[in-house]
Design a protein around this ligand. Structure first.
Ligand code: ADP
Ligand code: MG
Length: 586
């Protein structure tokens, strides 16, 4: 019975054990008092060997090692609970990072990411775990650099023989592997050319993305990029048989990057871009790369210089999602139910209404670039051909197809669309440029498509109504405690709610899901959703609040790993929260 007799096993100090909240809470082990250095930690761990697991709790607090400070933040109460959490602070004079590695915010994020990957490699086979991410370079809580100081957050499954402490193994982890890892992360121990090149690449990617607007582009795909992935379940680049990207001359753009110098590739202009081509010729692969182009990629990924506007949102149909007071009237009018589609709610949207809501909400979250793939759309929202119009008359059809709205969206609201559509020529009428993929190579077929185009009368697209969210309907707590968890990449548990995030294509890292939950909590608990702010304004306020602190401003005592998400995904998750209430729409 670990907690129960905890008090008796205590060796040091006289602090009265506190009760922990929650059912089955264990008695808190008093912290170990007196000298708290690495030698003492080793000694304590050896002494604990074989005693009841709950005694690990007495390790809570700071331990000073010669080169760093270890903070034991949270200790699991039994071997089967989620891993314990520790933080490591490596002072600037030990880390010895050159200013060039961290002064600029972009390089700071890149170097932190580099360090976290290095730490991950160093910890292979250890019980210590660090959240090192996949192919994207993101702002993650696992490693932050502040004034040259390196702060790491790790998990560790504290070792046990059944419910008894395995002090020897714990000693090896915390007193040997950890200092070795810290040593490996010091700049003098690193491959500084590699670390510098890593930051250079990320800086180049950001510079490239930053240039898109002035060049009048929504995306750029560098020549030589490798877009296809190894498999449907691997995000690593395809090897061997991948056909490298090569831009068609007529759409080629050349940009000057700070480190890589001149880079040429396909520049996708603002406006309406159609991607056509036969099945299996690489259309979706290109669009997927553009979806991910809002993030920076690690060197060697193949998509380092594949970028899209930071606000680009993948739009898809999502049958079954709920919709809360969203204005979809541009797309849907005169439903058989008589529902007011300018203030539309449902617990169970159809393919077309869900996609309409996804578009309206993406605009509300600030996106002006839409990415759409025929593979995941509702056909009846995308097109209605001439024969169908003759059979089903306008007054019987509540839907205005996207093909009639895509130009007004562009003209009146500055929204660009990149659309994969191999199955219908209707979009020839509205496209500004048409790119055909043939054997994974893009060709500019705009002229040819224009010859095949017909006249088309556009519909109107009135900007969707702004919504004000009721902050009380966004509750991160369950039974009085904050609860933010995730299940794989599918579900965000937020308080008493489960939010289905499976269809958010641009959530690419598990930590982002937690980050989304933490951001939602901040929006609600800090009054950002209040004060009469619209959702759009609340998201602006959130970005301002996060400011330079980035991801760590989200955490607030959250013990696990998390990553900074985009505002688009935060909004998308909010919109899928089943308890969400909208105070005002209009
Ligand atoms: P589409 O959407 O045109 O039907 P996909 O993008 O789904 O085609 O691609 C079909 C297949 O071709 C996928 O297995 C993909 O990995 C592969 N592929 C895509 N681009 C390339 C490329 N540049 N080189 C080699 N294989 C590719
Ligand atoms: Mg496809």
């Amino acid at each position: 019975m670990p907690g129960r007799y905890g008090g008796r096993e205590r060796r040091q100090g006289s602090g009265r054990p506190e009760r922990r909240g929650g059912p089955g809470g264990h008695r808190e082990q008093p912290e170990i008092r007196g000298r708290r250095d690495d030698a003492r930690l080793a000694e304590e761990l050896r002494r604990m060997d074989g005693s009841s697991y709950g005694r690990y709790k007495s390790l809570t607090g700071d331990w000073s090692f010669p080169d760093f400070t270890l903070t034991v933040e949270r200790v699991q109460s039994d071997p089967f609970a989620p891993p314990s959490r520790v933080a490591v602070r490596i002072p600037a004079e030990v880390a010895e990072l050159p200013d060039s590695a961290w002064h600029a915010p972009v390089r700071r994020r890149a170097t932190a990411d580099y360090l976290v990957r290095r730490a991950y490699r160093e910890l292979k086979g250890a019980r210590l775990r660090i959240d090192s991410g996949g192919q994207e370079v993101l702002d993650r809580a696992a490693c932050q650099i502040r004034d040259g100081e390196v702060l790491l957050r790790l998990g560790i499954e504290m070792p046990g023989h059944g419910r008894r402490i395995d002090g020897r193994t714990a000693e090896r982890e915390l007193c040997e592997r950890l200092p070795d890892m810290v040593d490996a992360l010091r700049w003098p121990s690193l491959d500084d050319a590699e670390a510098t090149a890593f930051a250079d690449t990320v800086e180049d990617t950001c510079a490239l993305r930053g240039k898109l607007a002035e060049l009048g582009l929504v995306a750029f795909v560098a020549d030589g990029s490798v877009l296809p992935r190894r498999s449907g379940v691997s995000d690593l680049p395809m090897q061997g048989s991948a056909v490298p990207f090569r831009s068609p001359e007529t759409l080629r753009a050349t940009v000057e990057l700070p480190h890589a110098g001149e880079v040429s590739g396909l520049g996708i202009p603002e406006g309406i871009t159609l991607i056509v081509g036969g099945g299996f010729h690489g259309k979706s692969t290109l669009l997927h790369a553009l979806e991910r182009g809002v993030y920076d990629h690690v060197p060697g990924d193949g998509r380092e210089f594949v970028v899209s506007r930071a606000d680009a949102v993948k739009i898809r149909a999502e049958e079954g999602r709920q919709v809360e007071r969203t204005d979809i009237s541009a797309f849907v009018r005169n439903l058989p139910t008589g529902a007011d589609t300018s203030d539309f709610s449902t617990e169970n949207a159809s393919g077309s209404t869900s996609q309409a809501a996804n578009i309206a909400e993406a605009l509300e979250a600030g996106s002006r670039t839409l990415l759409i793939d025929e593979d995941t759309t509702a056909t009846n929202l995308m097109i209605r051909d001439a024969r169908m119009q003759r059979l089903v008359h306008g007054d019987r059809e509540p839907l205005t197809p996207f093909v009639d709205l895509v130009r007004p969206l562009r003209r009146d609201h500055g929204v660009s669309t990149v659309l994969v559509m191999g199955g219908s020529g209707d979009y020839f009428d509205v496209a500004d440029q048409v790119i055909m993929l043939d054997g994974y190579r893009p060709y500019d077929v705009t002229e040819r498509a224009r010859e095949l185009a017909s006249e088309r009368t556009d519909a109107d697209f009135a900007a969707p109504a702004d919504r004000v969210i009721d902050a009380r309907s966004v509750d991160a707590t369950a039974r009085g405690r904050s609860r933010i968890k995730r299940r794989d990449m599918d579900v965000l548990t937020f308080g008493e709610n489960e939010i289905d995030v499976r269809n958010l294509a641009q959530l690419v890292d598990p930590g982002q899901i937690i980050g989304v939950g933490l951001a939602m909590r901040l929006l609600a608990e800090d009054g950002l959703l209040g004060g009469g702010r619209t959702l759009t304004q609340a998201l602006d306020a959130l970005e301002e609040r996060l400011g330079d602190d980035g991801v760590t401003a989200l955490g607030r005592g959250y013990a696990g790993d998390y990553v900074l998400p985009r505002r688009q995904e935060i909004a998308a998750a909010l919109n899928r929260l089943r308890t969400l209430r909208v105070l005002r729409s209009g």
